[in-house]
Design a protein around this ligand. Structure first.
Ligand code: PLP
Length: 367
């Protein structure tokens, strides 16, 4: 090994990687505001507003008594449960502490200094962070006017240095989707040694039948990995568990690139119980989808220019009026997620919360 020269400045500070400089910090959705009304609502993090199912709470409570022991590092039971549920080999599944951690492991397993990672922008704000942390170069491709991915531009941006492409379907924060034919055409254009990650965090909320299920798409495409999470539809955001479905070399690389014992015992048992309780959980998702329809229709009725969303949130392209709108919501007792100068993402929450948001949106329109 070559000897590194010692730090000669007298700061005495440990040397940090240059990749950390200018790293954008992940901005989490703020907690619910203390509004004037009695009740306040958090519509800023795309969480599930329903409390955990009693059956899920029960297995978690039981597992609490064993937290002096390490969890199963290989996540055997969870992986087998998922393999059966999705009809894929267990060797094609890798878990992580939320799908954001799985996404990070995928980046770490494929990309480093000098490599490029392509994603649409604006999209999930963790993408630029994990790419920069890996020391790789982010290649953000602007969304189209209808808030969807510009897949032609993304395919055209592929170079010899491209290692991974994120495709967020539906896109966070805009809710726009990619249809089967468009996606297949894009995948046909991407070189086979470039990994395409289909981030399907909101899969269960999709009702547009032209949107493909990534698990069908990946089957005959070894360079496609699908990301899913228990945080949104399954309501386990606080426990941190997500997974990828990918062919063996990728799934195996993922297992190597992740932190050992990441997914804790409580998360594992809760995820398994949630897969078994899927029917019940999907009824809640259906109720949220009905609320989404109500919210979108009401916004259109109020005169908003708005595109469809297939996720558990809606997107208001407010431009310069973004902060003003976010502040008005805050004052009314609903916290939304502003993206300065661009727009607000508003999670579909409990009915009362959505109603307060809609009333605020109506008042804003009349200003
Ligand atoms: C919420 C979200 C995730 C991941 O959430 P985890 O809680 O880490 O599983 C991943 N991708 C997108 C686009 C999301 O919105």
């Amino acid at each position: 090994m070559t000897q590194q020269p010692r730090n000669t400045d007298d700061s005495g500070a440990p040397r940090l990687r240059a990749a950390l400089e200018g790293l954008p910090a992940y901005k989490a959705g703020r907690p619910a505001a203390a509004g004037e009304g009695a009740q306040t609502f958090k519509l800023s993090s795309n969480e599930n507003p329903y409390p955990p199912l009693p059956g899920v709470l029960k297995v978690v409570a039981e597992a609490v008594g064993e937290i002096n022991r390490y969890p199963d590092a290989a996540n055997v039971e969870l992986i087998e449960t998922l393999a059966e549920r999705f009809g894929v080999p267990a060797s094609h599944i890798a878990t992580g502490t939320g799908s954001v951690a799985v996404a990070q492991s995928l980046v770490n397993a494929t990309s480093g200094e000098g490599d490029e990672v392509i994603f649409a922008w604006r999209s999930f704000e963790a993408y630029p962070i994990i790419v920069q942390l890996a020391g790789a170069t982010a290649v953000p491709i602007p969304l189209l006017a209808d808030e969807s991915h510009d897949l032609d531009a993304m395919a055209a941006a592929v170079t010899d240095r491209t290692r991974l492409i994120f495709v967020c379907n539906p896109n966070n924060p805009t809710g726009a989707v990619i249809h089967r034919a468009e996606l297949e055409r894009f995948l046909d254009r991407v070189p086979r040694d470039v990994l395409v990650v289909l981030d399907e965090a909101y899969r269960e909320f999709i009702r547009d039948e032209q949107v493909p299920d990534g698990v069908d798409v990946y089957r005959d495409r070894p360079n496609v990995a699908v990301l899913r999470t228990f945080s949104k539809a399954y309501g386990l955001a606080g426990l941190r568990v997500g997974f990828a479905v990918a062919h063996e070399p990728v799934a195996e690389a993922l297992r190597k690139a992740s932190v050992p014992f990441g997914v804790n015992r409580l998360a594992q048992v809760a995820a398994i119980a949630s897969v078994h309780a899927e029917a019940e959980l999907l009824e809640r998702v259906a109720a949220l989808v009905d609320e989404r329809t109500r919210v979108l229709e009401a916004l259109v009725g109020q005169g908003w220019t708005i595109f469809d969303s297939q996720a558990n949130f809606v997107w208001l392209r407010l431009g310069e009026r973004t902060s003003e709108f976010a502040a008005m919501c805050e004052a009314a007792g609903v916290t939304v997620r502003p993206f300065e100068g661009e727009g607000c993402r508003v999670t579909i929450g409990e009915t009362e919360a959505n109603t307060v948001f809609l009333e605020t949106a109506a008042r804003f329109m009349q200003k």
